[in-house]
Design a protein around this ligand. Structure first.
Ligand SMILES: Nc1ncnc2c1ncn2[C@@H]1O[C@H](COP(=O)(O)OP(=O)(O)OP(=O)(O)O)[C@@H](O)[C@H]1O
Ligand SMILES: [Mg+2]
Length: 200
């Protein structure tokens, strides 16, 4: 069996918040190209911190990677900015959805395509694909996000990430939703997309 290409390689990282709070020690994981990796652990285990380390969102929380290395396709990425990571196709869907409440569902989705340079037709094709994954979003496309349900907002947040045409999606608590049905609907298309890689 051939060895899959390693897209993400987290090697023995240590993360400290506020210069003193040691949260992660010796965390290692690999994400092969086109595969899904799930990160499991109890509350406070460090799942969100691990994802923040990968997408370089730690600085905003006064956190830093103090040991170990993180490589994306063999390139060290700890020193890059969050926008550099987005330009390399790494998109994080943060815990808690964070939709723009005053924008419609479709306007929220279009913000995900902001960094794309491959033209309107390609963006429209992704929008059609996202609506095929989540027909509920198409129904609610003109609704203000603040007035949609928690599950619909979760679908919106995941779909907004897909609108960036990402190489890797980091999903933090993707199943966190007030009802089981939208949770299942969110999970299915994401896990079924074999060309994507997700960590949750
Ligand atoms: N900004 C921060 N400053 C200081 N400590 C933090 C910060 N964010 C998280 N921590 C601490 O780091 C530890 C890991 O938190 P983290 O949010 O990564 O856990 P988690 O596995 O995602 O938990 P949950 O399942 O509850 O989402 C916790 O002890 C938490 O208190
Ligand atoms: Mg968390």
């Amino acid at each position: 069996m051939s060895t899959p290409n390693i897209l993400l390689n987290v090697n023995g990282i240590e993360v400290i918040y506020n210069h003193v709070i040691l949260v992660l020690k010796g965390v290692s994981l690999q994400v092969p190209e086109g595969r899904i990796v799930a990160l499991l652990g109890g509350n406070g285990a460090g799942k969100t911190t691990t994802l923040r380390a990968v997408s370089n969102l730690l600085a905003g929380e006064r956190g830093e990677v103090t040991k170990g290395s993180i490589e994306l396709r063999g390139e060290r990425i700890e020193a890059l900015s969050t926008s550099d990571m987005v330009n390399r196709g790494v998109i994080q869907v943060m815990e808690g959805r964070h939709c723009f409440g005053h924008l419609t569902i479709e306007e929220n989705l279009m913000t995900g395509a902001y960094t794309r340079r491959d033209g309107k037709a390609a963006v429209q094709a992704t929008l059609d694909k996202v609506y095929a994954y989540f027909p509920r979003l198409k129904t609610r496309r003109s609704s203000q996000a603040a007035y949609t349900s928690g599950g619909e907002q979760q679908m919106c947040a995941i779909s907004r990430a897909l609108m960036a045409n990402p190489k890797m999606v980091l999903l933090d608590e993707p199943s966190m939703s007030p009802s089981r049905t939208p949770t299942w609907r969110c999970a299915t298309p994401t896990t079924a997309t074999s060309s994507r890689t997700a960590a949750s």
